[in-house]
Design a protein around this ligand. Sequence first.
Ligand SMILES: [Zn+2]
Length: 699
Amino acid sequence: MISSKRKIQMIPMTRSAMLVAGCALLLAAMPVAAQTTTQSATQHGIATSHMDRSVNPGDDFFLYANGEWLRATELPADRARIGVFSKLDDISSKHTAAIIEEAAKSNPAAGTDARKIADLYNSYMDEKAIEAAGLTPIKAQLDAIAAIGNKHQLAHELGKTLRADVDALNNTNFHTATLFGLWVAPGFHDSGHYAAYLLQGGLVLPDREYYLATSEHMVKVRERYRAHVAAIFKLAGYDKPEERAKSVVELEHAIAEEHWTLSEDDDTLKADNTWKKAEFQQKAPGLDWAEYFRAAGLAHQKTFTVWQPSAFVGESALVESQPLESWKNWLAYHQIESASSVLPKAYADERFDFFGKTLSGTTQQRPRWQRGVNVVNGVLGDAVGRIYAERYFTPEAKQRAQEMVSNIIAAFRKRIDALDWMAPATKAEAQAKLNTLYVGIGYPETWRSYDLLEIKPDDLLGNLRRASLFVYHREVKRLGAPVDKKEWSMEPQTVNAVNLPLQNALSFPAAILQPPFFDADAPPAVNYGAIGAIIGHEISHTFDTEGSTFDSTGALRNWWTKADLDHFGAATKRLAEQYSSYHPFPDLAVNGEQTLAENIADVAGISAAYDGYRASLRGQPAPVQDGFDGDQQFFIAFGQNWASKGREAALRQQVLTDGHSPSQYRAATVRNIDAWYAAFSIKEGSKLYLAPTERVRIW
Ligand SMILES: [Zn+2]
């Protein structure tokens, strides 16, 4: 997804990461679903009724491909944005809901996965029990925080909150509200064994920019945030809620100043910092690290990879310099906030009011059953996914998708061989990476076990707390163990795709391999333009700025020559400039650096998919459909991948925090492809026209 953000689309926070963390923040911001249809089930091929043919494709390809859809589509009140991805999310949610309901009705035997699915879902739906319990389920934690009397005890409580809730390179989630986050993944220099990565944390708002940006919009968001924190304290019965809120927001502001930006986070070579546990106290004084690691259950772990060293220095110093009372307020607020979506209605409403309405612009919460489905997916994803894959992904679909992957990999091979700027040794390693690449289609070869996770029918918060600890203990336990290179980081029922650089692997879940992205009955031009470009996108991450830092075994090693990198840097710089010139709002431009890796992947993906498509024709002409020839169908299908409509607040949040460009600019990347000009007779003078020398060609 993304230089490090290696998924094909943004997910404000992955379901599993966020739910398992019990972090409610993300529920409201989760992937959205469309109520509009993209096309009827009987129609195979591009959706001509979505197009606006009055638009010159050379002026605005996004509108040309999607204009009528945009006009006809209304954003439901409970959605921050909708599009093809969210339409498929809706379908996947319905299928998943059916699986869960069946489990709930069938009275499954105790201890089975089906029983856990049923009990978890029922505990979420039992609003009466949630109201009756009030704050009781988190009272013990709040009491422990209130009893903190010194910085040593503070370190202990901070250590207790550490969770495996971040992911730097696979699902790329750099956000955790706890002080730091743990990611267990193959080691940078020993990709055969699992290592411990520590990432910065401590902010509830999505990114440091929310605390530091000076735009009028952000100043307003911060005012609302402070009022929200005060409201939470007030609801929970704390005295001086305003004062406490002020201290929390000030502390988070100070933490934000220490944080790395998302672009900095993406620079994997900068993240390669091995600290021995014993060195933390001296390298980052302030926090009582020995106590922190002891409380986190990591006393035996000898080394860590510290992703953002200066942030660790800064945050640790803040533990010493900031008043104990501020830290206690911060811990208490974070504790309640992380649970608020599953606390009584007053908390959930207050939470939605800020995170749903103010941050994402949605005006209505999604139906409770749908949120319940998300919770079950987050906690028991593989238990649900196993049934989902059996039911909704045929062996024929799997085989067809595998053929497309083979053709697109073959296209990459040819493109790499044909590059005149790349050194022979670099080319050889690139080919070696293609040889060892593991591509997972539909579902994983092995499934996670939930045997050690206890789920009760009447204890929602306890279930979520145990689930987040279950994941944490599972991850900590495998530190040092051999790596499973075929492991997935996404469930089959997730509408997305992902590149796993340390495993040199890709996953294409069953839920993305369905119409309109993939349709066994559609012409090849359409499948290659739609899912083919997505497959190519993920493969290209293997070779992008970040891919160039991982070799064919998954080890962190720059396998490019300096001349190769210089050429790549110059070519991609022009792409960054191209994207930085886009202004979705008059006061906000796309950040060409932050989105560079994704934009490279889009250009490379469509290029390789186009080659794969041409090769699949074996010299025969493509069938004409609705008056469009094969090449035109290919590009229109690509443009229709990005049909999407969103609220201003959500779009602003994406521009600030996501590695992916807004949809309309992703569709516009066709301007870098020669075949697009020929397909639509695009001439100089059209708004998207680029002279052949200005088109960015990377692979
Ligand atoms: Zn990507």
